[in-house]
Write a protein that binds this ligand. Structure first.
Ligand code: FAD
Length: 468
């Protein structure tokens, strides 16, 4: 990939994004590692059943999965086995529930002496139909667990085999958009000049469309009606090119690429017991698939744009209330706010990295948007099927983070100065939950770390090639 090349579907080159990351990464690292608010995440990690299949076989905590994931795992010291590596570290504090009184202080000594309770609890669990993710506590009796993200870094766990690939398969299957990606029946019934086609051929095709995947349909159309205007009219060829569907795929693939980057970068050498970068892992999973790296950079642009757009809202512009990070602790609140501002302003220093105004503008418009949102919610549900605690933690956090970015891009009305008077615009602003904010900024930090790691891997690869 040439650094000067533009990342497709984004409005920036690889070099621009790398440069931006050089500016934002220190602020992001500071925010996510030194503030209580952004270093703890609340999620329902253990109480949700996989809604899609019986997940017993996919659990890496069980011996069958552990044996499957690493050759001769029994020969490996127990601390290095995938079941051990995938376990959560550190205290996991229970959510106290909505009615907790401040005097209860249930987290004391739970999350560590220095953790400010007012920076950890969240009481507001309202759902919003504009959510791109399933709220963490949907239909669960428990309000979830608080987990320290610093104690549980995203890195190699050994989780692999059938369990992991089943999850990725299910996630990529959500990208099919089959029902709604079929052309509108109205479009099918018309010629390029708008006159109705009618007749049995179109009716037949409609039936085929309902019965088969779009690729088969396109092939059949090519064979039977090579130059028919309605082949173009239906937009079938353009389906794969459609921006919305491409964006959906790229978000998932970019997230997958980021997870791969982290596990390759923080890899356990099972011979020496050292945690270290694994160049061969990078080469096989990333370097030899430039599309995956491109999708990672695309995600950087998308999330950075969302973070930049969010900045003014957190400060109370755009008709929103100024966000309070740490209720009851003004000094922590001010400190956290200043660190958030450093990130949002850094992200905003490159204007318009992604143009969300181009999305959901075509004929399918609103129905496509709903489909997009529902599919993304399904991806977040699949995360409950991940059979390794640490992977599930980061998988859930990152889908929630991307879901929040998509919500900001597509559900927040315009810029904060929407009415153009230089002040805040009067727009309908969905309120973000604490978990959404924590997920968003930590997801941004994950992608930011991945870009930095890819840069270092590339240098290692070039050095290796030069010496060969
Ligand atoms: P996989 O990464 O499982 O990929 C499966 C297939 O998807 C590949 O064969 C390829 O065809 C395709 N593919 C791969 N990458 C991309 C991409 N970027 N875009 C498009 N297609 C792609 N393991 C850890 O060690 N640590 C973790 O923290 C961790 N977190 C995980 C979180 C989730 C949600 C899931 C599902 C898995 C996680 N895993 C983690 C497991 C890890 O992602 C791999 O599944 C595992 O390492 C096995 O890798 P693999 O080489 O079989 O290919």
């Amino acid at each position: 990939i040439s650094p000067k090349a533009i990342v497709s579907d984004a409005c920036a080159s690889y070099a621009t994004l790398d440069k931006l990351n050089g500016v934002v990464k220190p602020a992001l690292d500071d925010l996510t590692t030194t503030t209580d608010f952004f270093s703890h995440y609340r999620l329902n990690l253990f109480n949700k059943k996989c809604p899609f299949w019986d997940d017993e076989n996919g659990m890496c905590g069980n011996i069958a999965c552990a044996v499957e994931t690493l050759d001769n795992e029994e020969d490996i010291p127990e601390v290095w086995r995938s079941s051990e590596l995938g376990k959560l570290e550190g205290p996991v504090a229970k959510h106290p529930g909505r009615r907790v009184q401040k005097t209860d202080r249930p987290l004391q000594d739970g999350l560590g002496a220095d953790v400010g309770e007012s920076c950890v609890f969240e009481y507001d669990d309202e759902c919003d139909e504009r959510d791109y993710c399933v709220p963490e506590d949907e239909s669960a009796a428990s309000k979830g667990d608080y987990v320290s993200l610093l104690r549980n870094p995203e890195r190699f766990t050994g989780y692999s085999g059938f369990g992991a690939s089943q999850i990725w398969d299910a996630i990529y299957r959500e990208n099919c958009f089959q029902r709604s990606s079929f052309p509108h029946s109205a479009a099918l019934g018309q010629s390029s000049n708008g006159a109705p086609f009618g007749g049995p051929a179109v009716e037949d095709l409609k039936q085929v469309l309902e019965a088969a995947g779009r690729q088969q349909v396109l092939e059949q159309m090519r064979e039977t009606h090579p130059n028919a205007p309605f082949v173009a009219q239906t937009g079938l060829e353009a389906q794969d090119e459609c921006l919305e569907k491409r964006v959906f795929y790229r978000v998932i693939s970019g997230m997958h690429a980021s997870i791969s980057t982290h596990l390759c970068w923080d890899f356990l050498n099972q011979t020496t017991g050292q945690w270290q970068p694994n160049l061969a892992c990078y080469v096989s999973r990333l370097h030899s698939h430039p599309d995956r790296i491109s999708n990672l950079y695309f995600n950087y642009a998308l999330v950075a744009r969302a973070v930049a757009k969010l900045g003014p809202y957190l400060q109370g512009e755009g008709g929103s209330e100024r966000y309070t990070f740490c209720t009851g602790d003004p000094s922590q609140d001010a400190d956290t706010r200043a660190k958030v501002l450093a990130v949002t302003e850094g992200a905003a220093s490159e204007p318009r990295l992604f143009d969300e105004s181009l999305m959901f503008k075509n004929g399918e418009g609103p129905s496509l948007k709903e489909d997009f949102r529902n599919r993304f919610r399904n991806v977040s549900r699949v995360m409950d099927c991940v059979g390794c605690d640490k992977c599930r933690l980061w998988g859930k956090l990152q889908t929630a983070g991307y879901g929040t970015a998509l919500k900001i891009l597509f559900e927040f009305g315009g810029d904060a100065d929407a009415d153009g008077d230089g002040g805040g615009g009067e727009v309908d602003v969905p309120r973000l939950k604490r978990t959404e904010l924590v997920a968003l900024f930590n997801t941004y930090a994950r992608i930011s770390g991945s870009l930095a790691a890819i840069g270092k891997f590339r240098a290692m690869y070039e050095a290796q090639e030069a010496s060969a």
